[in-house]
Design a protein around this ligand. Sequence first.
Ligand code: HEM
Length: 441
Amino acid sequence: MQLVELTKKAYEKLIWTWKPGSEKESGDAIVKNLLLHWFPNKVTKGSLSWSYSFYLGTISFVLFMILVGTGLVLMFLYVPSVERAYSSVKDIEYVVSFGWLLRAMHRIAAHLMVAIVFLHMVRVFLTGAYKNGGAVGSNRPLNWIIGLSLLVVTLLLSFTGYLLPWDQLAYWAITVGTNIAGSAPLVGESIRNFLLGGTTIDQNALIRFYVLHVFFLPLIVVFLFSWHMWRVRKDGGLAVVDREALNQKPESIAPVKSKTYSLLGITNGTTVHVQNRMIDEERNSVPSTPHLVRRVWLVTLITFLVVVALSFVFRAPLEAPANPSVTPNPAKAPWYFLWLQEIVTITTIQIGSFTVNGAFIGGILLPGLLMVLAIWWPYRDRSGIESVGVWFAPERRRQNWVFIGICLLIILFTIIGTFLRGPYWKFYWPWETWPTMPVKF
Ligand code: HEM
């Protein structure tokens, strides 16, 4: 008997979860704890649903925190100078205890963050969550635009980190990337010079990318993320809450004795019944602590474990030291820009003595147009309130197909650029071997 009691106690200790005794205790937990201040007092059951949000926004933030954690330690070991950057990364990889794990985790989290933020955007679009519902003061289109800014900053964070190891991969990926930026008419050259701090990739470029990478861009993410979350609260919670309110049948609510209804113009002999579509707190909402907090914690734990596990499988690469006189063939931009590099190639066409400027079309014009389209979209989407916060709403079917089409094209071009392009950007199937290229000095 005692053994059973002991086992029960041990089990309870092991799976300890805080169970508030009352709603007041749940609310107090949020008031008393700084970290829990993020959470509202209560959340609707729909917002907790795994299949609505897939917690992709939460995963994006956890990845960012992993990047900050591992990045801070890496800062003690990395030296941002052209002479020492490569050897300091080599030391981290081969000499420092668990340095390889630190580097691999930082790298994996960075790649995953780009992919997950993209997927989060896709989910927001397909659930029509950039649209306002019934809540007063709601401005979801603004939060969509804040999200787009977060996507751009995420890409820049990853891009600036790419150069830091100062190996061949880093050097040439940044060469391709900044050359694309430099192809804009009139201002292109100035933008490239501004990014690099000169005309070549050397110490000036390294220190610029370093300061942006470890200070300014993370600061911007923290600021934008705080604004993003504050807006979710101001918008009346996740868009699915509007859906829940809409699904709720209007109910007659008996008059509250302590209230005066004289303004409703009640005549003698009638009773007061107010038609209400508000979320019924008692039935549809649960306290954030422990319900939401527990889920966020679980997502945090799983994300962390996945990053660690992947780090054991995929070690961070380190090629030969950067050498401006040895050009790899093909020289590829970072993978998330390869769809653009692919479009640059397709649109660079020679017509007689005239060359169509593909770098401008693929590198500047197209991404610029896509960004303008994305910002404008919530304002031109005139679908009804029934399509807010619901996956694949019939009324938004055509919009969703256009969006899915664009995303699939981006993914297809990324796959082609990553796996199927060989020397001179020629197309090779995975089973075809690339010809040996003479090293170009
Ligand atoms: C670093 C990048 C980002 C982070 C950390 C982030 C974080 C979050 C979190 C935690 C939520 C709460 C719901 C959820 O977990 O899905 C959320 C909601 C939202 N996010 Fe993001 N987000 C990011 C980027 C984006 C992007 C790229 C967009 C769109 C372009 C976007 C638009 C929205 C919108 C509109 C909501 C409200 C969704 C709803 O009401 O259902 N976010 N975000």
